[in-house]
Design a protein around this ligand. Sequence first.
Ligand SMILES: NC(=[NH2+])NCCC[C@H](N)C(=O)O
Ligand SMILES: [Mn+2]
Ligand SMILES: [Mn+2]
Length: 311
Amino acid sequence: MVNHDVVFVGAPIEEGAGRRGCVMGPDAYRTAGLAENLQALGHRVTDIGNLQPEDAHTEKVPNGTVKNFHTVAGWTRSLYKTASELGQKAVFPVYLGGDHALALGTVAGQSLAANRLGKPLFVLWLDAHSDFNTFDTTESGNLHGTPLAFACGLKGFDGLLGHPLSHPVAPRNVEILGVRSIDPKERELLVDCGAGVRDMRMIDEMGIPALLAPFLERVRAANGLLHVSLDVDFLDPGIAPAVGTTVPGGATFREAHLVMEMLHDSGLVTSLDLVELNPFLDDRGMTARLMVDLTASLFGRRVFDRPTRSF
Ligand SMILES: NC(=[NH2+])NCCC[C@H](N)C(=O)O
Ligand SMILES: [Mn+2]
Ligand SMILES: [Mn+2]
């Protein structure tokens, strides 16, 4: 098994979400033993602590709907900078959220880093939502509903970074898995851009391996790097209640672990977001612990060794 140099980056942002509590996410992962679980698998873990948002208060607010623009822009800038630096080193960054707006910075930063390494970045978006709104299409104004559209280079994100996004992710390199809630205007944007959208019905009908294996093959064939963005609401609310945007009918315990196990066996994943954990809504830490166990599966925990790898 490959041993990684794992770097934890805490990003206690909660201003992208509609309700408070994600600020406690990074510490909940620490309390639930994320570092210890990865160390037990043979990895080295360095926790650099929590980042601070930069100051972006001089930017013009894009419109009256968007909420907490300056704070989110500040977080985007500091995460973008950190991700573009870490992405060029021989380390495996794990971004501890924080709401999903943290991916405004992490995905763009990892994409810039991948470009500097001469490789394309692929993104696996594990989420009940596609998070493909722009500042112009968002109905809620909550910016955690926008990061994937921003990462793909869609227009209408002026002022977020303070400069245009130089190395967006190619939408055909994006796979959204487990989705079951898409707003009308974001649906149009998604159809137009050609990102891969695999909804829960496809998981029901085909199962995880038939959906995920072809995507991993594409990443491998392109010699790409793979960023995984895991939103707690990808999981069924029955096993993961600690999230502000639950949608019924999510991934089961075994489906989620199988995704992580296949990702591990592929050896392709180079960075990870753990987002939307709201410990204020948890039931005795069960969601935090499940997220830790899923991350452990991604980093190689298995019940029994198999003689050959199948993906
Ligand atoms: N990361 C999330 N939980 N996103 C939920 C987004 C919900 C909705 N589509 C919105 O834009 O407001
Ligand atoms: Mn999300
Ligand atoms: Mn979501």
